[in-house]
Design a protein around this ligand. Structure first.
Ligand SMILES: Cc1cc2nc3c(=O)[nH]c(=O)nc-3n(C[C@H](O)[C@H](O)[C@H](O)COP(=O)(O)OP(=O)(O)OC[C@H]3O[C@@H](n4cnc5c(N)ncnc54)[C@H](O)[C@@H]3O)c2cc1C
Length: 300
């Protein structure tokens, strides 16, 4: 009931930012999930603070979503409000060697733009289909690098609407997570990059993208890696060695190109995907004694 009151107030206060009954499948790369009662896309800090105030006063349920490239939504949808930062949060400011990017900016756009401007250090993220906010929250990484290596500070908003900058060192960034951001929203991120020749940066980025294209099913509906790397080992290798490439539950299938990518072939449900995740975890545990841990976030 409290979510219903919050939705009514949000529709009144920020009508142009609201959409009702939005299919969550359209908000994520796995293309799974029933309807969210309300999708709210605030376009500036004042609107976001206003929305958080209403959500707090009404004790309503809400979830933050970036580009949805690391999320599994429930088949029955979400009874409450999904927040996604609007285009007003997608700015980019280059003041070499500092780069300040809005949290809604596409990570690939960020990497390409800074590379063309002769700033190196983010080429590893060239093929990550997330937003800057999601990339920071997940401490995204690839090719032995991650966000933490170049991140200098982050503009955050607390649940009470207070916004301020936090130094990266204070964030507690660890492998694919960041404890201090569990309760804060990322509004923008500042990176300290290093100057290099654009052709060389772009060349490195292209090589990483080629390696990705040849080893990952990038044209399919996936969430990237399903499992984190358990202490140095590769989940893809363990899953493959357990004979699970091509294993399926309904329309959810273990990729035959990269066994740590699970594909929605079309019409897979969250139930299918979770059953497949469970089956793979149990089989790998039985075969190798290794406990796999999910990298994606199961929103519920
Ligand atoms: C084909 C493919 C390849 C991928 N390759 C990689 C890879 O190489 N390396 C890697 O690390 N990941 C990879 N991923 C996973 C994913 O792209 C990253 O984790 C990405 O950083 C998630 O960003 P997002 O905006 O999509 O976040 P979402 O999936 O929308 O959200 C992820 C988490 O971040 C939170 N969040 C999102 N935005 C904000 C914000 N503004 N403030 C606070 N919290 C926020 C959400 O609440 C959620 O908890 C891949 C995914 C795909 C589909």
């Amino acid at each position: 009931m409290s979510s219903a009151r919050a939705i009514e107030r949000l529709l009144g206060a920020l009508p142009q930012r609201c959409a009702e009954q939005v299919p969550l499948a359209s908000l994520c790369t796995w293309r799974i999930g029933g309807p969210a009662d309300l999708l709210l896309k605030p376009d500036n800090e004042a609107e976001l603070a206003l929305a958080l105030g209403i959500l707090g006063e009404e004790s309503a349920s809400w979830w933050m979503v970036g580009a949805g490239s690391n999320l599994l939504f429930p088949d029955e949808g979400l009874r409450g409000v999904v927040l996604r930062l609007g285009a007003g949060f997608a700015g980019l400011d280059l003041e070499s060697p500092l780069v300040t990017a809005g949290a809604a900016l596409n990570a690939t756009t960020l990497c390409r733009t800074v590379a063309e401007a002769g700033l190196a250090g983010l080429e590893f993220a060239g093929g990550i289909p997330g937003s800057v906010g999601g990339m920071v929250r997940m401490n995204a990484g690839a090719h032995g690098q991650d966000v933490a290596q170049t991140l200098s500070r982050v503009r955050v908003m607390e649940r009470d609407g207070q916004a301020y900058w936090l130094a990266a060192a204070e964030l507690g960034l660890v492998y694919r997570s960041c404890s201090l951001l569990a309760d804060r929203l990322v509004l923008a991120a500042q990176f300290t990059l290093r100057e290099d020749r654009p052709e060389e940066i772009l060349q490195r980025m292209r090589a990483m993208l080629d390696a990705r294209r040849s080893s990952q099913p990038l044209r399919e509906a996936t969430c990237g890696s399903v499992f984190k790397r358990p202490g140095g080992d590769f989940p893809g290798r363990l899953i493959e060695d357990a004979g699970l490439k091509g294993a399926r539950m309904g329309a959810a299938v273990v990729s035959s190109l990269h066994a740590n990518f699970f594909i929605n072939e079309g019409g897979a449900t969250a139930r299918d995907m979770l059953a497949l995740v469970d089956h793979v975890k149990r089989t790998v545990k039985e075969r190798f004694g290794v406990e796999l841990e999910e990298e994606f976030r199961h929103v519920q």
